[in-house]
Ligand binder design. Structure first.
Ligand SMILES: [Zn+2]
Length: 189
């Protein structure tokens, strides 16, 4: 152990080499592989939020004469922690490329995990297009507009990876360390 960056991390953050190793393990072996399965995660979370808000408003609107009891329910529904709708991704071995099943509190997108990540993102963007059709567009669900939505999403992602990504790159590992030190200064406990 003990390359230059690790030594600097030890010194700056006041953590032991064992601690650095432990965190590298948990991130690299447990968290990171799971991140890779969460295709289009920002987009999915955003669509969930929008549908969530819509369903909350629908429920609140059914309460005609608010009283003290229903006021509590309304507050509960307005809290952003309560989820009424979630979208799950499930890699499966299916004949079809991908499909979406709807249930009372959300949708599950099943996709065939045989494809490459780049292709899986397209499949999922298309399935999200079906959810958008169902929840936001007042027309019959269909394959063409699901594809249209997939195009709009993938074009935006493409622009992001081509142009905006470089704004998030640090020059080196040590630059990251100093930037963290700068943004989250240690306080003496
Ligand atoms: Zn479709």
């Amino acid at each position: 152990m003990g390359n230059e960056v690790d030594n600097e991390i030890s010194k700056t953050f006041r953590v032991s080499p064992e601690c650095i190793h432990q965190f590298n393990q948990i991130y690299g072996n447990t968290i990171r592989p799971k991140i890779k399965e969460r295709f289009l995660s920002h987009l999915i979370a955003t669509i969930e939020d929008l549908i969530n808000d819509k369903k909350m408003k629908e429920i609140i609107n059914t309460i005609r004469n608010p009283n003290a009891e229903t006021e509590k329910t309304i507050q509960l529904f307005q809290s952003k922690n309560l989820r009424l709708y979630s979208i799950l991704l499930m890699p499966v071995n299916i004949k079809r490329r991908a499909t979406t099943r709807y249930h009372d509190n959300g949708a599950t997108i099943y996709y065939n995990s045989i494809f490459e990540a780049k292709q899986i993102r397209i499949l999922i963007a298309h399935e999200l297009g079906h959810i958008i059709n169902k929840e936001f567009i007042g027309m019959k669900d269909n394959e063409n507009t699901a594809n249209l939505f997939a195009f709009i999403v993938m074009k935006d992602k493409n622009d992001f990876y081509s142009n905006e990504c470089k704004n998030f790159v640090f020059r080196s590992d040590l630059t990251i360390l100093h930037e963290i030190e700068n943004m989250c200064p240690l306080v003496n406990e």
